[in-house]
Design a protein around this ligand. Structure first.
Ligand code: PNS
Length: 158
């Protein structure tokens, strides 16, 4: 069975993330969405909330599941017998850091990283920009799934 992970913070998940997850699900037998538990950085949403959002929007994909992880991504992959990491590349600005991580991860356990070029309609999209724009009352509909949009609006209103 060919298994891959789509790792990230997903605070919150965007339509760009969903695009990468759906494309990975077409390439692999099983895809785990790995939500990073980052003790040193409080997010807008808790890890449980992010996982719930991801579970809702990935429901149509039978071969996608959602899990959280802490520590090294390569250890999570080893524990789950995952042999590939799938990441989206938006622009050349992503490349340096992503290349560095993929080479380090490969050195650690030999795991491969596959880069999927982001759909150009989401090339400028990031969770942090979405939060900033929504936080100032800007319109982020179409950038995040509808179910996330509602929760984002509610959270930023409180
Ligand atoms: O969505 P993000 O925050 O850009 O995702 C980054 C992520 C989660 C893929 C990366 O920070 C990661 O893999 N963290 C786990 C810790 C780890 O393995 N660090 C070594 C990387 S070489």
């Amino acid at each position: 069975m060919r298994k891959a992970v789509c790792p990230g913070s997903f605070d919150p998940v965007t339509n760009g993330h969903l695009d990468i997850i759906s494309r990975a699900s077409a390439l692999f037998d099983h895809v785990t969405v790995g939500v990073l538990v980052n003790q040193s950085k409080a997010g807008l949403f808790s890890v449980e909330e992010r996982m719930k959002m991801l579970n809702t929007i990935t429901e149509p994909f039978e071969n996608v599941s959602v899990e959280s992880f802490s520590g090294l991504l390569v250890d999570f992959c080893k524990d789950h017998e995952i042999s590939a990491i799938v990441k989206g590349l938006r622009a050349v600005t992503d490349f340096d850091y992503e290349l560095q991580m993929s080479q380090m991860n490969h050195r650690l356990t030999g795991i491969e990283t596959l880069f999927v070029s982001t759909n150009p309609i989401y090339g400028y999209l990031s969770s942090s920009l979405v939060k900033e724009i929504a936080g100032h009352g800007g319109d982020v509909s179409g950038l995040v799934p509808d179910s996330v949009l509602q929760q984002l609006t509610d959270r930023l209103a409180t």
